[in-house]
Structures are given as structure tokens and as C-alpha cells.
Design a protein around this ligand. Structure first.
Ligand code: ADP
Ligand code: MG
Length: 147
């Protein structure tokens, strides 16, 4: 599935719709360059899950947990990860194989430990289509979750 957005608000709203339909145990991977909108999208997902706390990219921690929504929400940003060992240290498998929702910014950096079945989201810019244009590709959603 491919969606085009032309503002941060639209990307946020797409995240809200995904968050509203998210199912226990799902792992969402989020890839795309710095500043492309991964955190904006994530903030939408959190809102869709009913989380009222502000969500920002954790700078000095790999994971931030939010318990106040419809399902536990585990927001990973692995941009600064040095070694996969750091994921072992936080006990990542309890999150990846638990009953909450995992969303991983920069998931491509930890490819080797990702579960087999993830919902992958890639956000890209296209300079020819303007500053605020984003192409968002989502793979792995079931048809009933995709509309
Ligand atoms: P990332 O987490 O991928 O590094 P952020 O979500 O922190 O990126 O920042 C994205 C930036 O791009 C924000 O400043 C946002 O306002 C801007 N932006 C412009 N157009 C869009 C769009 N269509 N979707 C998402 N963000 C956009
Ligand atoms: Mg970010």
C-alpha cells in the first residue's frame, strides 16, 4: 500500500488510523532518512492508541514505554545504537514477542533481530514533489486493517 501526504498533519493522521486499528503483538518497523517524518507518524500512532502523554524520540534511551493507552506502546528509536548487544541488554524480545505494540524507528539498523512478521513502513521524500511531500509505503497489513 502506498500513501502520499503533503503535510505533517496528514502523516500524523495516517498514524492515528494505524494506531486505532493496531492489534496486540504487532511490530511496526519505520525506516526513512533523518527528518522524513518517522516521529510525526509515531506520534499519530500513539494518539490512535489513546495515549495522551507527549511522545518524542528518546535521545538517550533506545526505548520509551507508554502504558496509558488501549494497548502498551513501545517506541524504539535505534538510530544511535552502537551494537546489537544493547538490544539484548534491554531485553528486546519481551517487547517484540509481547502483547503490546512495538514501533521501531530506524529498524533497518537491527534487521538481524527483527521478528519474521512485521508491518514495515517506509517514508520517503521526493524533491520534485515539494518540501512537504512524503511517499509512505506500508507492507504487511492485512486488508481489513488497511482501509
Ligand atoms: P524523523 O523522526 O524521521 O527524523 P521527524 O518526524 O522528527 O523526522 O521530523 C519530520 C519533519 O518534517 C517535521 O519537522 C515535520 O514538520 C516535517 N514535515 C514536512 N512535511 C511532512 C510530511 N508530509 N509528513 C511528515 N513530516 C513532514
Ligand atoms: Mg525520529
Amino acid at each position: 500500500m502506498m500513501i502520499e501526504t503533503n503535510s505533517p498533519e496528514e502523516t500524523f493522521e495516517l498514524g492515528v488510523r494505524i494506531g486505532e486499528k493496531a492489534l496486540p503483538g504487532q511490530v511496526y518497523t519505520l525506516n526513512g532518512d533523518l527528518g522524513v517524518g518517522k516521529t510525526v507518524f509515531t506520534q499519530g500512532v500513539a494518539k490512535g492508541l489513546g495515549i495522551l502523554e507527549p511522545v518524542n524520540s528518546p535521545t538517550f534511551t533506545i526505548i520509551q514505554e507508554y502504558e496509558g493507552g488501549r494497548l502498551p506502546f513501545y517506541h524504539f528509536d535505534v538510530y544511535r545504537i552502537g551494537d546489537i548487544e544493547e538490544m539484548e541488554e534491554i531485553g528486546y524480545d519481551d517487547y517484540f514477542f509481547g502483547q503490546g505494540i512495538c514501533l521501531i524507528e530506524w529498524a533497518e539498523l537491527i534487521e538481524e533481530i527483527l521478528p519474521e512478521s512485521v508491518i514495515s513502513i517506509t517514508i520517503e521524500k521526493d524533491p520534485e514533489k515539494g518540501f512537504d511531500y512524503r511517499r509512505i509505503t506500508i507492507q504487511g497489513l492485512k486488508p481489513e486493517e488497511a482501509d
